[in-house]
Ligand binder design. Sequence first.
Ligand code: FE2
Length: 255
Amino acid sequence: MRRALISDIHGNLEALETVLRDIEGQGVDEIYCLGDVIGYGPNPRECIDLVIENCAVTLLGNHDQGAMFDPDGFNVGAERAIFWTRGQLESSTDRAGNERRWEFLGELPRSHKASPFLFVHGSPRNPLSEYIFPEDIYNHRKMERLFQMVDRYCFQGHTHVPGVFTEGFQFFAPEEIDHEYTLGDGKLLINVGSVGQPRDGDPRACYTILDDGDGARAPRINYRRIPYDFEKTIQKIHAIPDLEPFLGDRLRQGR
Ligand SMILES: [Fe+2]
């Protein structure tokens, strides 16, 4: 089975549409979304609708939760964006659609297991909101604890920084592994990257294909980087006073 793993769309419709088009040509059986469909970006409703339509599994992200309940631990700009997003989902112009969207968000699970794979938004210890950054490889106690909580392979998003963490305290960015990795005997934590707000210095949308090998071959992943029209997204963000201009500008830098 081939899965496309997308995450952290953050209301970026241009990025999501472009990624979904790319996925169409990849012979994928199912699309999983690892959370943060909304927050930051200008098209929360459209992005939720596309995820409902296309994804077999969708997990709850901290921004999705922030839109439903009181946002906790967000900086001022992110919090304002969340309140604006909530307003979009409460607007009276599309009552039936918004009801469907709230219902969808309200039922999202925090993790999904399809042995030997575990899928979360943040980390196996705190699926919703713990960050695992590349520099955490120097925090051996943290990494050991996280790996203890994983049977084999855990896929996550949340940091918007794609790459593979090994039990030997290594981190491989996609370009260091030629965008491909064979999942071997050791445990792995794998960040699938961000569709709508990459933060590894590459502004292209990022997602991951997971081919489980159908029991005959070792599972493999490959990272896809897809250029999209971020100038259009930036323009939309700049036109919405409640979204800080920085939320647009950062798309150009991939930061
Ligand atoms: Fe996110």
